[in-house]
Design a protein around this ligand. Sequence first.
Ligand code: MG
Length: 450
Amino acid sequence: MIDTMLDRRTFLRYAGIAAGAAAWPAISRAASDTERPPNIVLIFADDLGYGDLGCYGHPLIRTPHLDKMARDGVRLTSFYVGAPVCSPSRASLLTGRYPVRCGMPGNTGPGSDRHLPESEITIADMLKARGYRTMAVGKWHLGHQRPELLPTGRGFDSWYGLPYSNDMRKPWVQTDEPLQLYRDTEPIEHPVNQDTLTERYTDEAVKFIEASDDAPFFLYLAHSMPHLPVRTSERFRGASDGDLYGDVIETIDWSVGRIRRTLEEKGIADNTLVIFTSDNGPWLDLPERMLHEGVERWHGGSPGPLRGAKGTTYEGGFRVPMIACWPGHIPPDTRNAHVATTMDVLPTLAALSGATFPGDRTLDGCDILPLLQGKTESPHEYFYYFRGDHLQAVRHGDWKLRRETPNAEVELFHLGRDPRELYNVAGAHPEVVQHLADRMRDFAREVRRP
Ligand code: MG
């Protein structure tokens, strides 16, 4: 954890963002003065489960491009999100902090006034201040009520995408607010043709990469899929052996292939860190409200061998695929089971870009480049599982203590011997239960501190 001293306004003023400049004076690594920092492509799927990719064991869905990316880089098998639903998970990723810490413990959407507090500093704020070109493509879901809350107000030079989830319109959600596609701060399409969204997002991402010049760039590609309703274009429909859900995953895989090919053709693949992950586990046990306009019960994805799904604090809600590829810097074809989280992305990129992260706040993530390189173990002694603002579980090594409500049964699992969380061994290890219960109590108090 890093304690910092400046607030966001001060950070942006020093960084020169408000004045239109793009230089951040404090640099944490001397090498960054002379070496050009890498480009960053961060691909974030929506509701894609731990078991949805070929390289994570799916028996039917083919993901040759992601499998190739895993062979070219590292595949993490204990990678966690900050929350098991969309908005707080995105808030964690972009701020490096637990959702309760960064003021976004729950979802936003039409009719909601909830948004990522303007005091929060995003990865895009940080990298833009280091001279990066920045673009967001895809789903935002961190506030849409005023133009300043959209990506272009949060450190991105440009944005093309949806302000929140693709189901947030009638008949799935009872709202009169239209779901619209945006470019920057302007709505440009209504109703949104969701069949072609993944391909159009990819076109925008490719255009942004192709326009790269001497400045490094940060591309945040947050797919709207495979969040329900799953949709893809004619040419992908029926192409997989995994029904429409499989077609949608294979479209995302195609997109990854096209982006990596663009980097190669541009001659910048060796200087670009590409990360692929997801915001939370698969949406199983759909509510009745979702079963309209072709949405079927089996359109959720797969948690693979894990218990639970989106919205739960079992592993299936929190553990997602994570593949990182940076030729020459991350060893190829490696697999890593150490605990890491989406909150580690910001500190990692801070170190890579030479940014010193300011602010009067605590970061919960750590620089995990050494872990991705296989040089170190997990920097996290404890990982905490929040549902909303309620802390439900903690992981420490292979032990996981879970208590869904204060009155619920205490569950203790050993994730090494029992990765499916089938066998509650709380009765046999009272000292472990006590230790982890104390840690949960202390951490819940710490993050609620004003
Ligand atoms: Mg999601």
